[in-house]
Design a binder for this molecule. Structure first.
Ligand SMILES: [Ca+2]
Ligand SMILES: [Ca+2]
Length: 239
């Protein structure tokens, strides 16, 4: 009776390389990581937008709702990138509603668990002419933003054993979006400039690395990554 030993070395390495390639391909094709959609629409310029948001967004173009993050807002750890194409007339007004995940108006997540925390946001987007590849605009401090959900008012809320929305440290500053805020003619002169945040502060994950970001594209949010939970940001680009 003989014992046959499996050949090791090159064959094993090839198997590992094949497995790694398979895993990479599966990752890139996973719509939960990078969702691609052709939206059509009217307008004279074909546009491609690439967007990554922690955790969720809706995009309006020239006052019309165009697209929402394909991974539902309430999905835990819903990190993913979106690559969409559509037609638009330039210059175009792009307006995002960005949302950081929260379980309720305390602004907290994982409430009642050891992971109870405020959670943090962050968003980056770039727009190109899909025919020529020319950049139309990227997120940066030139964008104007308005916070419509800020909570909790004091960070100590995150340490409470039974945090109650609207009570004490867990109160919030919550308003509705201003009428017409997505429209090209809306006056955003009273809004704040977007705050640019570093990769090390935001720690962008799933989907972010699938995109080749323009070196000028910045991760934006309002000033407070943790307590500014719903942020409206807009800009006129492609002019
Ligand atoms: Ca988050
Ligand atoms: Ca938050």
């Amino acid at each position: 009776m003989s014992i046959t030993t499996q050949p090791k070395g090159p064959k094993m390495r090839l198997t590992l390389i094949a497995l790694a390639l398979t895993a990479t391909a599966a990752h890139a094709n996973d719509p939960r990581i990078l969702n691609e959609a052709a939206l059509g629409g009217t307008g004279s310029t074909p546009v491609q937008a690439e967007i990554w948001v922690d955790n969720w967004f809706t995009l309006y173009v020239n006052g019309q709702e165009l697209h929402s993050d394909s991974v539902a807002y309430k999905t835990e750890r819903s990190f993913n990138a979106e690559r969409i194409t559509f037609n638009a007339d330039l210059p175009m007004t792009v307006a995002f509603e960005f949302r950081d995940f929260m379980e309720n108006d305390t602004g907290l997540e994982y409430i009642g668990t050891r992971r109870q925390q405020m959670g943090d946001g962050g968003a980056i987007a770039q727009f190109i002419n899909a025919s020529t590849g020319a950049s139309l605009g990227v997120t940066n401090a030139d964008w104007a933003c308005k916070v419509i959900h800020h909570a909790p008012v004091q960070t100590s809320c995150a340490d409470e054993s039974n945090p109650q929305a609207g009570v004490g440290a867990c109160a919030g500053e919550i308003t509705s979006a201003p009428d017409g805020w997505t429209q090209p003619g809306f006056d955003d002169s009273g809004w704040e400039a977007a705050t640019e945040h570093s990769e090390s502060a935001v720690r962008p994950k799933d989907g972010y690395d699938e995109i080749s970001w323009d070196r000028d594209a910045e991760i934006i949010w309002a000033e407070d990554l943790e307590r500014d939970n719903i942020v409206l940001c807009r800009a006129q680009i492609g002019g």
